[in-house]
Design a protein around this ligand. Structure first.
Ligand code: IFM
Length: 442
């Protein structure tokens, strides 16, 4: 198959189904001299943390090329562009708006509006201002209130330029990868730290939602969570129990508080010293009503029982993408159907889905058939979930273009557009052309 298709009767072919592309500030912008340092700058400067020793100072230089990049987005014919706001670019150290940073984004939002592309804005995609980290970062409850203040200022400044706001992108990654196992910024390790950071991030989400309800009641407001569905290696009670625990620890830990105002019951199995400090009223703040839930999906994982821990995670099975993640599209259907059975879901958007592949630019073309196949299989998986009653309203490809893939640096390419980092030349890959055609053929 060289094109992307869906069954003719699919609601994903209705014009009301939103197709988009997604990026994040630190991963593409560069322009670091015009903003405050963030935790990823510091992490990149720490030896051994980033696979290719790179950083975000230039990245895709979107800071300079944003106008061409929006023209590129427009040429793909998408309905929406999901971008994130760099907190350290728009808020100065004294907590006031930085007009230069605000203008960068209002220019982008105006250009999107002019081209009739809906702006899906994420308010926090991991680039915490370093001065807040110096005060404890997400381990300090005050950071949640600093976020609330930032959301208040920036949403007032943006006025009616935005279609949708997400408070956080993937709090699992910020908390677990950043503060529990330390493979992401700020590189802190410890179960108590991970759980406490998660709680403060979720608190920030709830406080942010309240600000959005006040300042921006007409936008679609929600949160973006990532899920890596957990599968048991066997049907034995021990393996099933271990797998359920892993799901609660990795996935539902972020979902259940937001939807139901409570952590999964396994919180009571955690050693007392690991449990997060939760103040009265926190869970009510965290469980504000949502207009939408953004779901990011890439892969699944297998689990089994362990003698020394609540579960053991197995290596990814095959086939794998270039980042080593198993390709298993059925898990996306299973995930959506299960979430729909477990919770009362608001409108669902797949806010990220895509694959890192070992692309080659040859004769000004990238023949990424492997990525195209990944997209086809996952679009089918979303279609199948919709057929089973899940209200999915949109799908965003991750990513618009190759970019800084966190601890992997620039070694892993997720874009549907190839970026030559030496020249900043963009080339739409075969998958990008197919995505464009799927959208225009609706
Ligand atoms: O690149 C990231 C993105 O920033 C968040 N979700 C997962 C992507 C691929 O790792």
């Amino acid at each position: 198959m060289t094109s992307l298709s869906l069954p003719q009767h699919s609601t994903m072919l209705d014009k009301s189904f939103v197709y988009g592309v997604a990026t994040a500030s630190f991963q593409i912008e560069g322009g670091s001299a015009d903003r405050l340092p963030c935790i990823w700058d510091t992490f990149c400067d720490t030896k051994g943390k980033i696979a290719d020793n790179s950083n975000g100072h230039v990245a895709c230089d979107h800071y300079t090329h944003w106008r061409e990049d929006i023209a590129l987005i427009d040429s793909l014919g998408v309905d929406a562009y999901r971008l994130s706001i760099s907190w350290p670019r728009v808020i100065s150290q004294d907590g006031k708006l930085n007009p230069v940073g605000v203008k960068f984004y209002t220019d982008i939002l105006d250009e999107l509006q002019h081209r009739d592309i809906k702006a899906y804005v994420t308010l926090y995609h991991w680039d915490l201002p370093q001065h807040l980290e110096d005060n404890g970062g997400w381990l300090n409850r005050e950071t949640a209130y600093a976020f609330e203040h930032y959301v208040d200022l920036i949403t007032t400044a943006f006025g009616d330029k935005v279609h949708s706001y997400a408070t956080l992108n993937e709090p699992f990654c910020s908390a677990y990868l950043g503060y529990e196992i330390g493979v992401h910024a700020p590189g802190i390790k410890g179960a108590k730290f991970g759980r406490q950071a998660a709680h403060h991030l979720l608190l920030a989400h709830g406080l942010g939602m309240k600000v959005l309800a006040k300042n921006s009641p007409n936008t679609l407001n929600g949160i973006v969570l990532n899920f890596t569905p957990c599968y048991s290696v066997s049907q034995s009670d021990a393996d099933l129990k271990a797998t359920a625990y892993a799901d609660d620890y990795m996935n539902q830990w972020y979902m259940k508080p937001v939807m139901d105002g409570a952590y999964p019951d396994i919180i009571n199995q955690l050693p007392i010293e690991v449990r997060p400090t939760i103040l009265p009223g926190d869970m009510e703040i965290i469980s504000q009503p949502l207009d939408f839930l953004g779901i990011n999906f890439y892969t699944r994982l297998y689990y089994k029982a362990s003698d020394t821990a609540p579960y053991e995670e197995l290596a990814h099975q095959f086939p794998r993408t270039d980042i080593g993640w198993e390709i298993y599209p059925q898990a996306l259907t299973d995930l959506l159907v299960t979430l729909n059975e477990t919770y009362t879901l608001p409108a669902v958007y797949i806010t990220e889905n895509g694959a890192a592949m070992a692309d080659k630019l040859e004769n000004a073309k990238v023949n990424d058939q492997d990525r195209l196949d990944y997209y086809q299989q996952h679009l089918n998986a979303v279609h199948n979930a919709i057929e089973q009653g899940v209200r999915v309203h949109g799908y965003f490809a991750w990513s618009l273009m190759d970019n800084f893939e966190w601890a992997e640096g620039y070694l892993k390419r997720f874009g549907i557009v190839y970026v030559d980092y030496a020249t900043q030349q963009r080339t739409i890959k075969k998958s990008g052309l197919a995505y464009r055609d799927l959208i225009s053929n609706r």
